[in-house]
Design a protein around this ligand. Structure first.
Ligand code: MG
Length: 159
């Protein structure tokens, strides 16, 4: 088995959709970025790459690459999982925490878990998504941005 950790941050911006765990969440503003800025899926993708010491999503999908402009991060996560699969590894389970002041995401957590599990090729029960605020402290607390942390366990998918 191999374990990986991922962390990501995105800044909020007006006029952007809020996409978290592959789900569009009703909100007056979204996260800014080259892709759809799905901070949660980026942390998970980095955790998968980290488990295999394969660098980070910035090195695999540079934000200078027009192919990933406005990209659905579900596709990005699928690409990372395929990369792991090529090397004989599959995801066992994921535990992730989203740190964001608003909006409350509880009503969408199960949809996010389902969409993320699909991208990872695992059952929904293998994907944990938790959320917390930053108690109004720091850049998350002021609503300037959102952060996400993830740990992923991989197992040998062959041999
Ligand atoms: Mg990111």
């Amino acid at each position: 088995m191999r374990i990986g950790f991922g962390y990501d941050v995105h800044r909020f911006a007006e006029g952007r959709p809020l996409v978290l765990g592959g789900v569009v969440i009703p909100s007056g503003r979204g996260l800014d970025g080259h892709s759809d800025a799905d901070v949660l899926l980026h942390a998970i993708a980095d955790a998968v790459l980290g488990a295999l010491a394969l660098g980070d999503i910035g090195s695999h999908f540079p934000d200078t690459d027009p192919a990933w402009k406005g990209a659905d991060s579900v596709r990005l996560l699928e690409a990372v999982v395929a990369l792991a699969g090529d090397r004989g590894w599959a995801v066992s389970n994921v535990d992730a925490t989203l740190v964001m002041e608003a909006p409350k995401i509880r009503p969408w957590v199960d949809a996010m878990r389902e969409r993320t599990a699909e991208a990872l090729g695992v059952a929904t029960g293998e994907v944990s998504i938790k959320a917390t605020t930053s108690e109004r402290m720091g850049f998350v607390g002021t609503g300037e941005g959102a952060a996400a942390y993830a740990v992923v366990l991989l197992h040998r998918s062959n041999g």
